[in-house]
Design a protein around this ligand. Sequence first.
Ligand SMILES: NC(=O)c1ccc[n+]([C@@H]2O[C@H](COP(=O)([O-])OP(=O)(O)OC[C@H]3O[C@@H](n4cnc5c(N)ncnc54)[C@H](O)[C@@H]3O)[C@@H](O)[C@H]2O)c1
Length: 417
Amino acid sequence: MKSIKSVSVCGLGKLGACMAATFAARGYPVIGVDIDREKIRKVNAGEPPVDEPRLAETIKEGHERFRATDDPAEAVSTDASFFIPPSPSLPDGSFSTEYLLNAMRPVAQAVRKAGKTGHIFVCSSTTTPGAVDSILIPMLEEETGWKCGVEFSVCYNPEFIALGNVINGLLEPDFVLIGESDPAAGDALEQLYRNYNRNKCRIARMSIISAELTKISVNSYITMKISFTNQLRMIADKFPKADINMILDAIGTDTRIGNKYLRSGLSFGGPCFPRDNRLLAYTARQGGGAAPLAEASDKVNELTKTNLLEKVSKLAPPGATVLVLGMSYKPDTYITEESAGLHLAQNLKKQGRRVLVHDFAATAANNPQLNDFEFLNDLSGLSQHQDIDVAVVCCPWPQYRDLKFSPATKVLSTWHL
Ligand SMILES: NC(=O)c1ccc[n+]([C@@H]2O[C@H](COP(=O)([O-])OP(=O)(O)OC[C@H]3O[C@@H](n4cnc5c(N)ncnc54)[C@H](O)[C@@H]3O)[C@@H](O)[C@H]2O)c1
């Protein structure tokens, strides 16, 4: 069996930098490729190119095995190339393959120039189901002049991680997903993961299209569970004696349901959940069908945001001051994409309220849209702030648990902290 002894990682962003660093820390020689010179400089200086807990230590651990370059041709000297550039959503809900094509093409050309057979191209970015077979493989066959599954191979191997916990998520996943063009490539990738993972997790192998569908189905299922919880909370809100936390706690005891993601909270957001769910709906439409459950999760998510805005607006008349605590979409990350806090702050401001914001990681420097708001950086004097009419915790950073507010401030309890 062919084995993978060295790897290249093309795209050293939030996910790729962590993949490359963990491969090196687990003993593999790694070449990182990016178009961003600053990221390359940082990696070669032994510094983390992105903000992610434990990335700095992990880069140090494998520093002598990890170097970065802007020359994709260098990837040819490794046994397998992982591609993890962005795959942004398009207006119709599908994901663009433009960055993947741009990242893979020069490696394919270099493989042809070197006359190297057996290279494994691993796509780790999330793709529109069908895109690997219908767009990426034809491009690779054209550029190499060879047949996929014969002279070179392709695997689809997305990671299931949560920002803020990427390093642990990569090394100790619930399962590894491999879609493969041929069994030999799947065997080689499986072997790599058996050595790389710190836990003994399941390795699920299948066709590339099955793996593409599996990847987005995981996130679509989780969003469905979150939306179910939010729907139930909005129903329980109508009954003064109903306690949503007791209801959810009881429901979660049923082992068929489980208590993960069954917590009274707010809308889901971030760079993956909302768009992966929309992609499943797009994929269903492309196949001539429909995905009403995915669409309903989205609809309930929008209702959840409107519901919060209405509740806060009732407590804070126009002209009032509202403090939005937590702008990131989840704790331990600075990302605010589609976050409950950002949605609330933007809409309250639009409706004429004064909005103060706070977060432990999101700042105006890493989120330019936050320049629109006044930041309250020091929470220690919160109890003296008579001017804050309403405070809402939109992201459950645990540090918010111990806050002391002025008696003049109405606090909207959202995450049951
Ligand atoms: N961030 C997450 O939570 C997460 C989770 C699961 C899946 N994903 C998927 O992973 C992919 C990447 O996400 P990310 O958050 O790491 O993106 P990112 O924007 O943080 O990083 C992408 C990196 O790719 C680089 N790049 C762009 N074009 C390139 C090229 N031609 N060659 C080499 N490098 C190139 C960029 O400079 C950047 O460093 C996306 O498809 C995303 O859907 C992300």
